[in-house]
Design a protein around this ligand. Structure first.
Ligand code: SAH
Length: 281
């Protein structure tokens, strides 16, 4: 039985929605279920003495991949908002975003903002990119089934999870410089059931020569200029998208041709955390 209304009673073993508000019976501190884990962080009472949306009872934890009707509706609203803004126009990208619950990729303390179109803070003073920016970059990248994609800056893993659905039988490699975020992204992928992304800890500005060439490369941190190794590791006719600039960045889309690197698109007005490492700031 899933408690749905305030009059439903909760029994041990019931499934509690991830976004349910729980209140500690001892200190009356409110939490999202996701923050509760095994105990109230305020007074350390265990989960079985919590109150859910005003009803006292026993709690159990849903599978981490639980999407939930409330979050599905919020995700649809977010998709609509991005379409109105014009940052989401491709139906395949829309479908991928629909299938990757963003609330599984954000820290518990900001989970209620997971379906708003804004960047969110992550561990290590890093950010989880704004959904409409992720949508736009993904559209520019024009990922095809079977592509081999390299992402620089795995962060929460949300962008790479979306890419992993678009490549279908292909592969996504994502490099992250912060070990804390590598663990965070791996955990998030496991929760969301994402299997075809390999997360590598290291300096992504050097690329991943042993797996090159890549059909697509996406850099999700602001770079002073496109790191040379990444251009070298892009396949012929491959596409690369990246924010370039120090304070405010321009998003650029590049294509590697036989003779040159051609700039296909450029759009000013992006704010990313800086790329670190040898070819970063
Ligand atoms: N794509 C992410 C958001 C990335 S924020 C998402 O979907 O959530 C930028 C990320 O780039 C941060 O996590 C930061 O730690 C990482 N980063 C910065 N410099 C890097 C480098 N040289 N190599 C790999 N990752 C880097």
């Amino acid at each position: 039985m899933n408690p749905k209304t305030k009059t439903d009673s909760i029994e041990r073993g019931d499934e509690i929605p991830r976004d349910a508000i729980c209140t500690c019976k001892s200190c009356h501190h409110d939490f999202f279920r996701d923050c509760v884990k095994s105990s109230c962080t305020c007074c350390a009472k265990d989960e079985h003495s919590l109150i859910l949306d005003g009803i006292e009872g026993f709690l159990s934890i849903r599978p981490e991949s639980y999407f939930g009707e409330a979050n599905k509706i919020r995700n649809e609203d977010l998709i609509k908002a991005m379409k109105v803004k014009g940052s989401l126009t491709d139906s395949k990208v829309e479908e991928a975003i629909r299938k990757v619950p963003r609330h599984l990729f954000v820290p518990s303390n900001v989970i209620k903002f997971a379906y708003e179109d804004g960047p969110l803070p992550s561990q290590n003073e890093q950010t989880i990119s704004q959904p409409s920016v992720v949508a736009r970059m993904t559209e520019w990248l024009d990922v095809k089934k079977g592509n081999k994609v390299l992402e620089i800056g795995c962060g929460s893993g949300w962008q790479s999870a979306i890419l992993s659905l678009l490549v279908e039988g292909g592969n996504v490699f994502s490099i992250e410089i912060s070990s804390v975020l590598v663990e965070f992204a791996k955990k998030n992928h496991a929760k969301a059931g994402i299997k075809n992304v390999e997360i590598i800890e290291g300096d992504g500005s050097l690329g991943l020569p042993e797996k090159s060439p890549f059909d697509r490369i996406i850099i999700t941190a602001a770079c002073p200029k496109i790191p040379k190794p990444l251009v070298e590791q892009l396949s012929m006719d491959g596409l690369l998208v990246a924010p370039i600039g120090e304070f405010m960045q321009s998003m650029v889309l590049l294509k590697k041709t036989k003779d040159c690197i051609k700039e296909l698109k450029r759009e000013l007005g992006y704010f990313f955390v800086p790329l670190k490492g040898k070819f970063g700031f």
